[in-house]
Design a protein around this ligand. Sequence first.
Ligand SMILES: *Cc1c(COP(=O)(O)O)cnc(C)c1O
Length: 415
Amino acid sequence: MAYSDEARASYGRDLEAIREAGLFKEERYIRSPHAANIEVEYPAGAAGRTVINFCANNYLGLSNHPEVVAAARAGLDRRGYGMSSVRFICGTQDIHRELEERLTAFLGTEDTLLFPSCLDANAGVFEAILNEQDVMIADRLVHASIVDGMRLCSAARDTYKHGSLAHLEEKLQEHQDKRYRLIITDGVFSMDGDLAPLAGIVDLAEKYNAMVFVDESHASGFIGRTGRGTHEHCGVLGRIDIITTTLGKALGGASGGCVSGRREIVELCRQRARPYLFSNTVAPVIVSGALKVMDLVQASTERRDKLEANTRFWREGLTRIGLDIKEGDSPIVPVMLYNAKLAQDVARDLYGEGIYAVGFFFPVVAKGQARIRTQLSAAHEMDHLERGLAAFETVGRKYGILGKNKDEIKDMYGL
Ligand SMILES: *Cc1c(COP(=O)(O)O)cnc(C)c1O
């Protein structure tokens, strides 16, 4: 028997163990488009409830923007639904190349190649350009898809302490005998919302003859004065060798990713990157919507400016209430609860108050670092933010965590 009773029982025990550890993840069904208010069916089968969304990557509020939807619809009519092939056989339309050119101009790079997702971009890029003679030196908190991409590459792997230029410098010194050194980091780290010290990283790269890779998934469209990303914020536009990013967050929120950067590196990805070679790229409907997104983000900074103002208001509000948040500049604002069960209980009660925010815990973050990650959007109006803060205050009071620091919360709830 292929799927034996033994296999079934042992997988069942694995699932039970996940449940018992309080780590079981449940999906909630959304019945509406993405916006500040969404209609959620939870638990499955329950009547739909309208709640305010504080956990989407819809940073610029473009996921259901009428102009984006209209452009996608027009693209669907003009270029059809499916691509029916991978890019290099017959799966590339003119609009795919047009979007790549728009991304190149926006990111300030030399060329860009679309991928089915940013996870795929990260899975393909390292193997395409590095081999056993090289080394990849990554920040310890890079996104899981980068870790996977590094595993697929035969170059040596090393890491440096999160955000530590001193430790990175030691590693660069240690690896001077290698052919190429590639420094790898997220621009904005998705769990803590902090920014990589890109100016220092680029300086070290020059000093020690290394290349720099930055994943801008949580930055493209809104970080930096005109939203071009962490490299703009840090004053190093044009000095990053490889950028990967996603269309699945601020830039419309549908799906798709890219590798953007030095011309030869992008061309090598076109020749060798396996997710590009062996998987269909983004559908025309999404490309058409994304082209409109590029128009919108390049025409005006209004949305990123509103996002910045919303973020400031939210950070100040949570701090005033007495919640323990991670400081930073990005619209990712983690409310620290440390204990996984507490994070789930608080998320459930927030939902009862009409606020949708999800608890994050191991293995998504380190053990003892459970939190509710709130994310702001340009789609939020003042009223949404005020109701969100009121809900956090009510629930925080119920659990006795207002005004409590990390050690006090850990004493109350353990890890
Ligand atoms: C979300 C995310 C990805 C994955 O993006 P997809 O396009 O959804 O695959 C990759 N890297 C980082 C840093 C992310 O936050």
